[in-house]
Design a protein around this ligand. Structure first.
Ligand code: SF4
Length: 631
């Protein structure tokens, strides 16, 4: 064992001893050794760490033991909160009396998560472009409270606001990075909440961010995040989609009109901003002709010409703004907004063959998106100069290759989960139900779900791939599941409240869609059965996926659709066993798994669970646990 691995294991021991439920986990220790060795060699590493491994300590401990500066990027807010409220404070306490190990950490979010002092000042002094008497009364009331709070808060961060606020109110007192002229040009730059948070992050050894902020930092030539020699991507199975999004450009007529409005407020001569507003309207109309279509490249002439006109107009407005001598905050913001809009337009006009350009319709408005087919080139500079630790409970096949890491699936380090899946779980595959599109499926699916819930006595998370099937099934089963079994639907209340209600009521059932395939952590008896209505293949009409499928040719189904379905299924199944005391059944009600050649590939993430197609075994599983449970 290398000295760095030994040092990391010694720290792990110290940290684990501080836990109230101290238990050594061999998978976690394995991960610590692998990460420590990667940090020594400088080689990036991919670690699949099953549920319960304790992967956050698995990477944080070796990073601290090696005295490295790291950015930890997570996908979900839940994981960010866990790092901030559990793991990092625990490590801080474990290291505080040891000068060699003492460290500091910070959470950093995107600019629009913090109050903007410039905006607050404009509202306070009545110099706001959109006076409060022009907005709905409840929004104006929230804005006033936020302005008062700006004098009390030390963070200015949205999650610290001590009263409920709506998005509209928050937008009035915050700025996106597109509009902020930057610290140097802002009167409040020195006390700006975002800048203070960035300064704090600059001196921290561990900075926690989300994937989106990391992706945006890559897009902004790595100017936002402080330099770091290690990056951790936790929940890395989501990284490809997020980086694709942050490297994408989205344009709507409304967005161009908003940039034009900021120019209107900043310039006395209105001719150019007015012309840009007109072009924005034309773009809406032109894009409407291509709703739900992928655009050819070069772009169709009407789309190209309208974008080109908008680009020219942005350039001319920018020239006027740059010629101003004494710049007001409005003018600085307009420069920033028009400048960014010009960059977006230029990016779409110059879209390379790696970009897919398509039009979607969102709330009745056409939206143009240019998205990269592959993200390997976006991430290449990260792999070149940073040691990357990529981890997740499920690493979909082919992910290291698609991310451009230069590693194959065989290089993935798989560390053991501490759970005994053979004893704790069962995977039931219903091979006797009608196919998902069969006309006689609905009543049989509903009957099977009712039967399974009767075996478990409730405590079921029932996951659907479509809202319509969820609604039909919930309507048919509500009130028929047995005494005392409440049926909650995803749209009954906000996710947090819904999960609390489900967690507190040990025999309830929760019917939900893809948003609940991950981020649901319900340990114990409240969740004993996870039902998945069908294999969660990705949507067929997704233009970006379609372009990737075209590129993959004949192998598209096996290299794109199957790994995505497998990853989703593994995530959904992962809701079941959260502690060593949990037990339960995952039921997949899709007969295709019994017959199709892709069965093993789809089930790769749940292959550690014993499998059956016999319903009676599900009943026996629950009966056995019911009798062995203490009364
Ligand atoms: S630097 Fe930007 S975000 Fe900060 S106060 Fe100034 S304008 Fe607002």
């Amino acid at each position: 064992m290398t000295p760095s691995a030994k040092a990391a294991l010694a720290l792990l021991e110290k940290v684990v001893a501080r836990l109230s439920n101290a238990e050594s986990r061999s998978g976690q220790a394995d991960m610590v050794v692998h990460v420590a060795d990667a940090l020594t060699s400088g080689d990036s590493i991919v670690v699949q760490a099953g549920t319960g491994t304790g992967k956050t300590l698995g990477y944080l401990v070796p990073i601290l033991a090696a005295g490295r500066t790291a950015v930890v990027a997570t996908y979900t807010k839940a994981l960010q909160d866990q790092l901030a409220s559990v793991d990092l404070p625990l490590l801080e306490r474990a290291c505080e009396h040891d000068d060699d190990l003492a460290f500091s950490w910070a959470i950093l979010k995107g600019r629009n998560n913090y109050l903007c002092r410039q905006r607050v000042s404009e509202i306070e002094t009545g110099h706001d472009q959109l006076p409060l008497n022009d907005v709905p009364r409840d929004v104006a009331r929230d804005v006033r409270r936020l302005v008062e709070w700006a004098n009390e808060t030390t963070t200015g961060e949205i999650s610290d606001v001590p009263f409920p606020i709506g998005d509209s109110a928050w937008r009035k007192v915050s700025l996106g990075s597109d509009e902020c002229p930057g610290k140097a040009k802002c009167e409040f730059g020195e006390t700006c909440f975002t800048e203070v948070a960035r300064d704090k992050a600059r001196s921290a050894n561990v900075i926690v961010v989300n994937f989106t902020l990391y992706g945006l930092d890559l897009e902004q030539s790595r100017e936002f995040l402080p330099p770091h020699d290690v990056v951790v991507f936790d929940e890395v199975h989501e990284l490809e989609d997020v980086i694709s999004e942050t490297a994408s450009v989205t344009l709507t007529g409304r967005m161009i009109a908003t940039a034009a409005e900021s120019a209107r407020a900043a310039l006395t001569r209105q001719k150019l901003p007015n012309a840009l507003v007109k072009t924005a309207k034309e773009l809406d109309e032109v894009l409407g002709r291509y709703a739900a279509q992928r655009l050819s490249q070069p772009l169709p002439a009407d789309v190209h010409d309208t974008l080109h006109t908008a680009d020219e107009q942005c350039r001319m407005i920018l020239d006027e703004l740059e010629a101003l001598v004494n710049e007001t905050p409005e003018q600085l913001r307009a420069r920033s907004a028009i400048g960014r809009m010009g960059e977006a337009l230029a990016k779409v006009l110059a879209a390379s063959s790696n970009m897919v350009v398509f039009v979607t319709e969102v709330r009745g408005a056409a939206r143009l998106t240019a998205a990269p087919k592959r993200v390997d080139h976006v991430l290449a500079e990260v792999w070149d100069d940073t040691t990357a630790i990529l981890t997740s409970a499920t690493i979909p096949p082919g992910l290291p290759r698609r991310l451009g890491l230069g590693l194959s699936d065989d290089d993935i380090v798989r560390v053991a989960s501490p759970f005994d899946y053979k004893k704790q779980s069962l995977l039931y595959l219903a091979d006797d139900l009608p196919l998902p599109n069969a006309s006689d499926r609905a009543p049989k699916l509903q009957a099977r779900i009712r039967e399974l819930i009767s075996f478990s006595g409730g405590s079921a998370l029932v996951l659907f791939t479509s809202w319509s099937v969820l609604r039909d099934t919930a309507d048919a089963l509500d009130g028929t599941l047995g005494d005392g079994i409440t049926l909650y639907r995803q749209d009954d209340m906000p996710k947090k409240a819904l999960l609390e209600a489900f967690r507190d009521d040990h025999s309830s059932c929760l019917f939900a869609t893809r948003g609940f395939f991950q981020g649901v952590d319900v340990p114990g008896d409240a969740l004993r059965l996870v039902i998945i209505d069908k294999v969660p293949f990705p949507a067929l009409n997704d233009p970006l996926l379609d372009a990737r499928r075209d590129e993959a040719g004949d192998s598209a189904f096996m290299t794109i659709d199957v790994p995505m379905a497998a990853a989703s299924l593994a995530q959904a199944a992962g809701r079941l066993i959260r502690t060593a005391a949990d037990h339960g059944v995952v039921a997949v009600l899709d007969p295709r798994l019994g017959k199709k050649r892709y069965k093993n590939a789809v089930l790769f993430g749940v292959s550690h669970m014993p499998e059956t197609t016999r319903l009676v075994e599900v009943q026996e599983f629950f009966d056995k646990r019911a009798t062995s449970r203490p009364s």
